[in-house]
Design a protein around this ligand. Structure first.
Ligand SMILES: Nc1ncnc2c1ncn2[C@@H]1O[C@H](COP(=O)(O)OP(=O)(O)OP(=O)(O)O)[C@@H](O)[C@H]1O
Length: 743
């Protein structure tokens, strides 16, 4: 057997019979001069020359690429530039532009920013947290986070996790890179915070959307869609801006929040006045108006003054106007927060071109900071008194009743500085340490260089009489509108407005003749007519120009969907609401009595009077020929008497409701109630179901007559039970009345 062995491979030696083959990469380099020598040398060390060639080429390529990149400012920047120039499309949006809100809302609504891997979570009940405001300042509807002020849009905000356990959680994408797929294409988001620039206390931000492809239409479509969605959602809302809750000294407008647009028809005021106002503003907002003003050298501004007691609709009308005219509303109260002249100027300076500015409580401009005390001014007592006869539910009432005239004129004349110089601080009801806007500062803001042309300024005050004439001169205030207490028409209108859905046909106009009205519709119409009639009756029972619309609305809110209950309880409410006034008068009378003579001739008593406290007092005042001291004693007695009657009435009404008095007149005498007309007591007697029996002798009437007899007998008749104390309870109510034994 022939031994066959492969020739042994010796390094560097090519065995005979073996021919060199082209390199494995397919390149035949045998023709290159000197290649054989190099090849033999490499083979001597066991290296494959073709491999080395590949390696060398790769290195050359890399080094040339690197040298290309390093030729530019930076490798990655150059790569990015290359890609963005030839491969991708991107859109850059800055937070100072409203488009930013469009995109942020779009990202949240499409659950992109809420479901991303790198996210921020904030609690919605942390008003002062810097982080909260920094990272969640853009809700899908553009509303900034203001801690415990829940946004109206929260319900629609998918970035907010809500339950009944506690504060809501809000999820947003963190600054940095995020990517998602949209319509089959990848999109890269880069949120970059610009910590060098702040809007308010929130850093500016840039968002960059990037996608693969050379056509910009894909991203433009996304932006258009985001814009359309945003504006559609916004059309039902009014953007409201207030002072930013920043803890920093520098105050700015906040991020704004959307409020449901208030329909102007819900503001109750004379229709012609409302129409006139609307037309006036619309005229002013016409595109041609600006030129008109310019041609006549007039500043393109329009100012309005809404004045009247708190709770009469000034703010409501402003909000409704903003909704109607689709303008943002900027609200600023001179009575709140540490506003200074500089801040006010800055705030006015940063207003957009077309907007409504609502400047509230302008009567407190010119009230300066005097030290750090937060004391209220010396007229506190008066304020307490005034509180009694105003609606405590009205937020503005206390504030209102405490304020007195601002002597802003002095400031102008003196040219005095803003610290401790103005005497109005001494008489103002506002906390001195909080108000520091000078009168000249206010004027500067209104019509100085800072004030933008094109804006609508609405100023409100509860005290027009306290305003400086200069503030409300034409040019600053072009139209003044007074808001007052509710008259009969307003009262009925408020009632109708609150129960308007009752009896409204479900498909309006779907029937033509009476024959086509089916039973259900007829029922609806009857109910609607019923509500209208009830509204008239309701208005009849309330004294005219006595209560604010806010007070009436507050009462009706306790009877949502129950108009007849509201009607049934209005008399008691009116009586109760007028009580503090009587008490106050009684207190005043009692104070006077201590300094007065002690006797009162019987002849000075009125021959007859109504049982209504107020009417009686006035009647006696005008008729009595007695000395004022004697009259005062009498007044006091009458007032006390009225109070007791009121208390008795309330007790009896309650009792009559609870026990549902039977009509069985043979049984024990039912507790009588007094019938009312226009909220005042009349002499009728009312039994169950509102039946009035004029001829039924009333124990209450007897009691009242007895009381009158006792009053006539003299003020110091301690046996009377009215003037005396021996048989009264702690409340000053006779024991027998209080215990019900009278009945
Ligand atoms: N004329 C009105 N028409 C409809 N609603 C009214 C009217 N007046 C008051 N209201 C209701 O009363 C409440 C308070 O009204 P609003 O805040 O507008 O009063 P205001 O005059 O601005 O008070 P303030 O002077 O305290 O700011 C609101 O809920 C509003 O709906």
């Amino acid at each position: 057997m022939e031994n066959f062995s492969m020739p042994r491979m010796m390094p560097g030696v090519i065995p005979p019979g073996i021919h060199t083959t082209p390199a494995s990469n397919g390149l035949d380099m045998s023709g290159i001069p000197g290649f054989d020598v190099v090849q033999r040398l490499l083979m001597k060390f066991g290296l494959d020359p073709s491999l080395l060639v590949t390696l060398g080429m790769s290195l050359t390529l890399i080094s040339s690429l690197l040298s290309f990149l390093s030729y530019s400012t930076g490798s990655f920047a150059a790569l990015g530039r290359f890609l963005s120039g030839y491969v991708v499309t991107s859109a850059t949006i800055h937070s100072s532009d409203v488009t930013f809100l469009y995109i942020m809302r779009w990202l949240a609504v499409n659950r992109i920013s809420t479901d991303c891997r790198i996210f921020c979570v904030t609690s919605r009940k942390n008003p002062q947290s810097y982080a909260v405001r920094r990272y969640s300042s853009y809700s899908p509807f553009g509303g900034g986070d203001r801690g415990d002020q829940e946004d109206d849009d929260d319900d629609f905000d998918p970035s907010i996790e809500d339950d009944s356990l506690g504060p809501k959680l809000k999820y947003t994408s963190a600054p940095g890179y995020h990517h998602f797929w949209h319509l089959g294409r990848p999109i890269l988001i880069n949120r970059q915070l610009d910590l060098a620039c702040y809007t308010g206390d929130i850093p500016d931000e840039t968002i960059i959307l990037t996608t693969i492809g050379r056509s910009p239409s894909f991203l433009k479509d996304i932006i258009s869609e985001a814009r359309r969605d945003y504006l559609l959602a916004q059309s039902q809302k009014t953007m409201v801006y207030t002072l930013s809750p920043t803890p920093f000294a520098q105050k700015t407008w906040d991020q704004g929040r959307h409020r449901p647009a208030r329909d102007i028809s819900t503001v109750i005021m004379p229709p012609e006045e409302k129409e006139h106002l609307l037309q006036d503003i619309k005229e002013y907002l016409k595109p041609s108006a600006m030129n008109w003003y310019a041609q006549r050298g007039l500043p393109y501004r329009r100012g309005y003054l809404f004045y009247g007691p708190p709770g009469t609709g000034k703010t409501s009308l402003s909000l409704a106007l903003a909704g109607e005219l689709k303008l943002p509303l900027y609200i600023l109260s001179l009575a709140t927060g540490s506003l200074t002249d500089e801040t006010l100027t800055m705030l006015f300076n940063s207003l957009p071109r077309k907007c409504i500015v609502l400047l509230e409580d302008i009567d407190c401009a010119g009230v300066y900071r005097q030290g750090d005390t937060d004391d209220w001014d010396s007229d506190d007592d008066d304020a307490d008194e005034a509180d009694d006869d105003t609606d405590s539910s009205s937020s503005g009432s206390a504030r209102n009743s405490k304020s007195t005239a601002s002597k802003s004129n002095n400031d102008k004349k003196d040219g005095s500085s803003s610290k401790g110089s103005n005497s109005s601080a001494a008489t103002s009801g506002y906390p001195r340490s909080r108000i520091s806007v000078s009168f000249s500062g206010l004027l500067n803001a209104i019509d100085g260089v800072a004030s933008h042309e094109g804006r609508i300024l609405i100023m409100t005050t509860n005290h027009r009489e306290r305003l400086d004439k200069a503030l409300i001169r034409p040019g600053r205030v072009d139209v003044q509108i007074e808001f007052g207490h509710a008259d009969k028409e307003t009262l009925a209108e408020i009632f109708r407005a609150l129960y308007k859905e009752i009896g409204e046909p479900k498909i309006p106009g779907s029937f033509d003749s009476k024959d086509q009205v089916d039973k259900k519709r007829r029922g609806e119409l009857e109910m609607r007519d019923g509500v209208r009639q009830m509204a008239e009756r309701f208005a009849e029972r309330i004294p005219t120009n006595k209560f604010t619309p806010a007070e009436i609305q507050g009462f009706l809110m306790s009877y949502k969907g129950r108009p007849s209950d509201a009607l049934g309880n209005i008399d008691a409410w009116v009586r109760q609401r007028t009580k503090p006034e009587r008490k106050r008068k009684s207190r005043a009378a009692s104070d006077t009595r201590e300094n007065s003579a002690q006797s009162l001739p019987a002849s000075t008593c009125p021959a007859s009077t109504t049982t209504n406290g107020i009417t009686s007092l006035e009647g006696i005042h005008s008729k009595s020929s007695a000395s004022s001291a004697d009259t005062t004693v009498l007044l006091d007695q009458i007032t006390r008497f009225n109070e007791r009657v009121d208390l008795l009435l309330t007790k009896q009404e309650l009792a009559s409701k609870q026990s549902s008095i039977t009509t069985d007149t043979d049984s024990a005498t039912p507790p009588p109630t007094i019938a009312h007309s226009n909220g005042f007591l009349t002499s009728g007697y009312q039994y169950e179901s509102g039946d009035t029996s004029e001829d039924e002798p009333s124990i209450l009437q007897k009691s009242k007559e007895e009381s009158w007899e006792k009053i006539k007998r003299g003020p110091l008749d301690t046996t009377s039970g009215i003037n005396g104390t021996s048989d009264t309870t702690d409340n000053g109510v006779r024991d027998d009345i209080a215990s019900g034994s009278v009945g």
